[in-house]
Ligand binder design. Structure first.
Ligand SMILES: [Ca+2]
Ligand SMILES: [Ca+2]
Length: 311
């Protein structure tokens, strides 16, 4: 094959061409430059060279393109994990938030408000009716509810110790309403006997508080019932007796005597008492400063019954 091509590629000379051609034509051919009759052969060779070079260039470009395409997926794979990670972050907060917020708020607010309001409003009305009942006497035994509490007697039983004497009668005469054997208030520990700076002795409920003071020549002993009421004993010079009676409104005065001690008392529902000293130099006034409804009238009478002169 290659041999045939070499024979055909061999360029013909003018003499060979003129073998079958007229002599005048041969002369014209000889005058013409060779490129007019030999150019086609040389141009075809150049065309093959250009085609070969083009094929090589195209092959190189194709190889480069394949190489770029082969190593190109690298950035594509980097973009792929990004969308995978982003959807992972999105569902996480959505699933975490709703279950935590809803159960925490609901149970905390409801049980806290409900029990706080109900117990606060319920016990409020109960202390209101117990206030005015402090001076009440449900069992009509002569002792108020405050006194029943003070002596721990039964507020609905008139004779707590069952000795046939009512609680009020026993207190007014100085006996314990809790002891059927007839012990006194002092012996039962309900009263405490005290010697005062006013020159007298008396006894009063052990649970109460006593304060002594002297001002302007007047010795004062004040008893605090712890319920807002007070009892006061004041020792004044005898010369001030008339002034004392004027301060009381010049009430009707009645003779009074208890346990060998002579004195006087006013005719008021809650009497004022005064005792003149044995040497008649001074007078001791004992008063019960009460409100509209005294709670310790029986106890006040019991205290007056314990009054004695002497240290
Ligand atoms: Ca009573
Ligand atoms: Ca009794």
């Amino acid at each position: 094959m290659f041999g045939k091509k070499k024979k055909s590629d061999a360029q013909p000379t003018v003499a060979q061409a003129g073998a079958n051609i007229a002599p005048d034509v041969v002369e014209q051919i000889r005058v013409m430059p060779e490129r007019f009759y030999l150019a086609p052969r040389s141009r075809s060779n150049k065309t093959f060279l250009l085609v070969g070079v083009a094929v090589i260039v195209v092959g190189l470009l194709t190889a480069v393109a394949l190489a770029i395409w082969k190593f190109g997926p690298a950035p594509v794979e980097q973009e792929a994990p990004l969308p995978d990670s982003s959807p992972a972050l999105t569902p996480t907060p959505e699933a975490t938030v709703p279950p935590i917020a809803e159960p925490t708020v609901a149970p905390t607010a409801e049980p806290t408000i409900a029990p706080t309001v109900q117990p606060t409003e319920t016990p409020s009305p109960s202390p209101t009716p117990s206030g005015p009942s402090g001076a009440s006497d449900e069992d009509n035994d002569g002792l108020s509810l405050d006194e029943e509490r003070l002596y721990t007697t039964q507020p609905t039983v008139s004779d707590s110790d069952g000795d046939s004497y009512s609680d009020g009668d026993e207190i007014r005469k100085g006996y314990s309403p809790r002891d059927p054997s007839g012990r006194t208030l002092v012996a039962d520990g309900l009263f405490t006997a005290v010697a005062t700076s006013g020159g007298f002795r008396w006894a009063f409920p052990t649970a109460w508080l006593a304060q002594e003071s002297t001002e302007g020549g007047v010795a004062t002993v004040r008893l605090d019932t712890k319920t807002g009421e007070t009892m006061v004993a004041e020792r004044h010079p005898m010369s001030r007796l008339s002034t004392l009676l004027q301060r009381w409104g010049n009430p009707q005065v009645l003779e009074f005597s208890a346990n060998g001690v002579a004195g006087a008392r006013t005719a008021d529902a809650i009497p004022r008492y005064y005792f003149v000293t044995p040497d008649k130099s001074a007078v001791v006034a004992v008063t019960y400063a009460t409100g509209s409804s005294p709670s310790f009238s029986a106890t006040f009478e019991a205290i007056i019954g314990t009054f004695r002169w002497g240290p």
